[in-house]
Design a protein around this ligand. Sequence first.
Ligand code: GTP
Ligand code: MG
Length: 443
Amino acid sequence: MLGHFGFECLPHQLVNRSIQQGFSFNILCVGETGIGKSTLIDTLFNTTLKDKKSSHFYSNVGLKIQTYELQESNVQLKLTVVKTVGYGDQINKEASYQPIVEYVDAQFEAYLQEELKIKRSFIDYHDSRIHVCLYFISPTGHSLKSLDLLTMKNIDNKVNIIPLIAKADAISKNDLQKFKCKIMSELVSNGIQIYQFPTDDETTAQVNASMNGQLPFAVVGSRDEVKVGKRTVRGRQYPWGVLQVENENHCDFVKLRDMLFCINMEDLKEQTHIQHYEHYRCCKLEKMGFTDVGPDNKLLSFQEIYEDKRQKFCDQRQREEEELKQKFMQRVKDKETAFKESEKELQEKFEHLKRVQQEEIMKLEEKRRQLEEEIIDFYKMKTVSETLQTPVCINIKKEKDRPFLCKTDIPDLCRSVFISRSYKRLISILWFFLFFLFVTFFI
Ligand code: GTP
Ligand code: MG
């Protein structure tokens, strides 16, 4: 009767499915150039991931994104490491956090867009949302820099921040404890939320609570393997001894690794989804006008909101159409008036030109009339001169009968006028000479 149903195997099914699908984890490393980001990542994954050193002369902060496929036993891990480049190197560091915020938001946006698609493909979708931000603090032993506070303040509601004191071998044990307390008090006084290891699962509550009290972790990274007695360990060799990275008395590296991968990796991913992504999604949808409750605190369905928005959109479109029509009509009217005015101007110009042309015609007519009179005078004079003198050998015949002056006559006419004038002068001289002879004779 107390049969065996078999649903106790469900967790195994989940494990098998997860192993088949593989895991993904995205880490964001924020820290000054050369603070030990790449070395720590290599130490965490016990490998040497390809990376180049950054320059200190970038004018802006950038991000370097690298994805690696790692395998441990039969577990596949798609690891994405995003590191800051040129962080803390600018004179004006005010906008240093901006590229980080933009990148984190862009990953949320990509996920939201995938969620909103009609045909979603989450099985092969690469979720690039940042699961943890390792914030590297300089081992000054003093306090946090304003850049650290500003950046953490701007990203604390977007990512799970785990603060780390980098190159912790540069700071003595006593100073380290004081430095940790100082950092935590500064974070609290500035209202910066860092990731808290969860204490709601009783199997991990104790260790997580104790680790929460040891934040920020003081870490040391190394790619070197050093001989300590008969053992070969990962560490840093100094003239006075060896710092063993995995020795908990030397630094908090092991604590960080255990907290990150062995105990809280799933919680980090879950927090990213249910806290940070949810916050982004809410803000984004609210900005787009979506809400769960109406103005009278009545619950609204998606359908109702959609209908309401559609109605508002249609009204607005109609209003805009109406405005556009009005504007168009006004412009047509304006153009019409302008065209009428220019037509009137053209008409006036035309009338003026017509008047000028008529005046010109009249003047020409007048000139023609004068010329004809001159011709008549000329013929009269010619007749007189012919009667007085021997006919001049000019070949102008029957001109009197001709009604008008022809074009071909003009040279002859000119010659005739000239000759007629010469005759006149000659006759006047003759008369004068006769008169002179007469007077002389008389005297
Ligand atoms: P960029 O990518 O160029 O910004 O530098 P990074 O932050 O990745 O630093 P990287 O890991 O390249 O380390 C820079 C130097 O610091 C190297 O010479 C490392 O050996 C050294 N270094 C890294 N971690 C530690 C550490 O924990 N302690 C000490 N003393 N030196 C370290
Ligand atoms: Mg590096």
